[in-house]
Design a protein around this ligand. Structure first.
Ligand SMILES: NC(=O)c1ccc[n+]([C@@H]2O[C@H](COP(=O)([O-])OP(=O)(O)OC[C@H]3O[C@@H](n4cnc5c(N)ncnc54)[C@H](O)[C@@H]3O)[C@@H](O)[C@H]2O)c1
Ligand SMILES: O=C(O)[C@H](O)COP(=O)(O)O
Length: 334
């Protein structure tokens, strides 16, 4: 017997492929309206107007779309970050918003650790030099390598992912500093890092800086020219959080060219896929001056098959709870 549909849930976007997993979790009384695009200008207003809830992955969601969500009880994002969602417009429309904080934490932490260790050990630089090995097959051909228990890692943002990174760093013996004005006193003891009270301090004291805070008005450009200049000479930078924290590729290029920044590993860029900046050109073309000192991955730190299932299941459960109980878990306010 066909179950009558009680609700309509909108799902974006084509990154989902087919919303079969969501259909299973949402149940038979939910009709899914699948918007197979990340381009919100292509969202049909009449279809938006019929939605009881909306699930969003890569799409932006701004006031033109939000103004058509007449009966929507909640918007749920598949991911953790929500800088592409106009929270103020949702609040004005009286529509609550939730993110999906508890998926893929382990994956992002592993990705950051892989980046930290491979840059700390200068794997890519050694690989590049050893390939042309008449001059490069030398044990000490690069800048000095510090033993991990003589190096300091600065973790900026010690929330879920930052904490998972701290826990992974401990067995290596690194000194671990943490900067996170949002965490209460005592958090550093509970997690096991040394608390630093000012951004400038953690930048100045760390050999390796790893970013794990969201993109907000406070954090955008925290490592622009000024922030980069505050780093220790020869520091390493890892960004698996958001590209907007760096933002200024001119400044990043200058810091790498001068050697003030020894190396950087980046999973997120302000523009994705990356554009035509000269630094990106040098990276694509493996230019000698940069070779092995800039590693870029395509915003896939979160990804594993397990995390993808976890992400989709958790987000759909959040919607099901909303439809059944009128309660939105993981709610985020502007
Ligand atoms: N690359 C990826 O695939 C991927 C995947 C998931 C999340 N992320 C990014 O990682 C970020 C962190 O995720 P999370 O799950 O740990 O989030 P979280 O909310 O658990 O932790 C973020 C922490 O950042 C802190 N923070 C806020 N403003 C700060 C500031 N000005 N300086 C220092 N710390 C500040 C907060 O107090 C919080 O403790 C997300 O916001 C998202 O942008 C990236
Ligand atoms: O924030 C997240 O969960 C991850 O970065 C993946 O989400 P996004 O790439 O869609 O923002």
């Amino acid at each position: 017997m066909m179950t009558q549909k009680k609700y309509v849930v909108g799902i974006t976007d084509h990154m989902i492929g087919s919303p079969d997993l969501e259909a299973e979790v949402l149940g038979q009384d939910v009709e899914i309206d699948f918007f197979a695009t990340t381009d919100e200008t292509l969202f049909d207003p009449d279809r938006l107007a019929k939605l009881d809830a909306l699930m969003v992955w890569g799409a932006r969601l701004g006031s033109p779309s939000i103004s058509h969500l007449h009966r929507c009880r909640g918007v749920v994002r598949y991911g953790v970050g929500y800088e592409k969602i106009d929270l103020a417009a949702l609040a004005n429309a009286g529509i609550p918003f939730a993110n999906n904080p508890d998926y893929g934490t382990e994956e992002v932490a592993d990705h950051a650790i892989a980046m930290i260790l491979s840059l700390h050990r200068r794997l890519w630089e050694h690989d590049a030099r050893a390939r042309g090995y008449t001059s490069g097959w030398q044990v000490h051909s690069l800048k000095p390598l510090a033993r991990s228990n003589r190096a300091t890692v600065g973790v900026i943002g010690v929330g879920r992912i930052g904490t998972a990174v701290v826990n992974r760093l401990k067995p290596f013996g690194f000194r671990i500093l943490g900067y996170d004005p949002g965490q209460p006193p005592g958090h550093e003891k509970a997690v096991g890092y040394e608390r630093v009270e000012a951004l400038a301090d953690i930048l100045a004291k760390s050999d390796i800086v790893t970013l794990h805070c969201p993109a907000t008005a406070d954090t955008r450009g925290m490592l622009n020219a000024d922030g980069l200049a505050r780093l220790k000479p020869g520091a390493i930078l890892v960004n698996t959080a958001r590209g907007e924290l760096l933002g200024d590729l001119d400044a990043l290029e200058a810091a790498l060219r001068s050697g003030h920044l020894a190396a950087a590993a980046i999973d997120t860029l302000a523009q994705e896929p990356p554009g035509q900046h000269p630094l990106l050109f040098a990276w694509r073309n493996r230019e000698d001056w940069l070779s092995g000192r800039l590693v870029i991955t395509p915003h896939n730190a979160f990804y594993s098959d397990h995390a993808a299932v976890e992400m989709r299941t958790n987000a759909a459960r959040t919607v099901r709870i909303l439809l059944d109980e009128g309660r939105l878990r993981n709610r985020v306010t502007a």
